[in-house]
Structures are given as structure tokens and as C-alpha cells.
Design a binder for this molecule. Sequence first.
Ligand code: HPA
Length: 274
Amino acid sequence: MSGLYERLRGASEAIARLTGRDRHDIVMVLGSGLGGYPDKFSGAVAVPYTEIPGFPIPGAVGHAGTAYSVECGDNRVLMLSGRVHAYEGYPADVITFAVRTAVLAGCRTVVLTNASGGCGEDIQPGDLVVITDHINLAGMSPLRGDNDERLGPRFPDMTDVYTPALRDQAHAAASEVGVNLREGVYLWWHGPMFETPAEIRMAIALGASLVGMSTVPEATAARHMGADVLAISLCTNRAAGLAGRKITAEEVIESADEASDRFQALFDALLPRL
Ligand code: HPA
């Protein structure tokens, strides 16, 4: 099998051919609650992941597995509806393949969205939260193994994984549309089990406000490649032990669906600003 770089090139050429567009500026990964967002855009060109060589096919509910090429103001946005997770058994290089492909295809801005549990005092179910930083407790890194300097440096700096100027734009867009946008540190465990209350007490002690099962590998790979990253999380539930009841996957999906209109309104205002 050829190396990662060659496989990424192959996938990026396939996207250009299948969308008929050789340039994209922004890639947006659509997490829970945003899967239907591309339907809003007339002229969106849809490409199933099955037609893009190397793209892994998502198995999680609400993660379709379709890439959409969308025109949004002056920006051409590649919307990825469907991601794969570590809990599905994928290694980190597979989890990050789609985002790396988009960055190689020219997307210098990476927008990541997800659903999370809230453990910060000020974070409640339904809140949208700009991720300011992350803690990787999954014991996995997409940068482990041989490094290809064409993608990025061996030891990339992770001081500002989430670009401050993009976070400012997110706040400006949120004020414009009257959406309350919070800030917090996101802690990644690979799941698929929700955390224990003791783990959540540890997350709080470490300074996390959100816990979740995605985003950190994609953000890390995107920064490795020098792209700017913005990540916005939807808190779907108070994290384990904080709400006095058990967490279910159904409440996570329901809560994501309920917040969908607000999440979309935020991005309607934000995407043209990026
Ligand atoms: N923990 C981890 N991931 C999540 C949660 C949670 O409580 N809610 C939504 N995704």
C-alpha cells in the first residue's frame, strides 16, 4: 500500500473530480445535530464517502457518510456529514483521514462540531460551547508513527490548537444571531462508554468543562498540517454523576436534535465570516 501522503492526494483528487470543484477553502465536520445542515444550501454537490478512496464509512447513528461541496458567500465549504470514532475500532490515522484530505485539498480552515457532556459549572444541556483547548486522555495520537514532513513537523506546537481569531469570529456571529455561546476545555476519552462519576470528578479537577469522544484527533492532525481550527460543541447532557440520573444515547441524540436550529443559525452567521 502507498504511504499516507499518496493516499491523501488520491482522495483529494477524487473529491475535486467528483464535485467538479478543484478548490475548497473550509472543511466542516458535522457532528450530532448538524447532519442535515447541507440541505439548506442550494447547489450543494453530494459525494458519498464510498466513492472517495480511503474514506472510512461511519457506523454511528446520525453520521451519514456524505461529503457536500457548498458555496457560502465567497467561501467554498466541504461539509463532511459523518465521522468515524476511536470507539468504532479505528486507529487515529483513519479517524483523521477525511480532515487531512480536505486540508491537503486546500482547506486552511477546519471547523469541527460535536456533542459532549458538560462538567463545567456554567455548562448546561443545550449550550453551545467554543472549545478553547483540549486534554487528550484517550492514549491515542494521530501523529504517532513515521512523520511525513510534507504533512507537517515531527514535533508540532499545540499552544493554540483552536485559533483565537476564529474563536472571536464565533463569538461575533453568536452575538449577531442572539445565540448564547460559552467557552470551555474539552477532554477526550475514546469511549464508547460514558464516563464514571469518578472520572468526571477527575475531569473537573483537570480543568475540563466538556467531555466527549471525538474532535481531538482531527484538531491535532489539522494543526499538524498548519490549518486553523475552530471547534464548537453542543452540550447534550450534564456529565456522569452531575445530574443525579443515568445518561442514555437517546437523550444525547434528542438533545442534539432539539438544538439543531440554534446550531445551524450560528453557522449561517459564522461561515461567511471565515
Ligand atoms: N460523555 C462523553 N461523550 C458524550 C457525552 C458524555 O456525557 N454526551 C455526549 N457525548
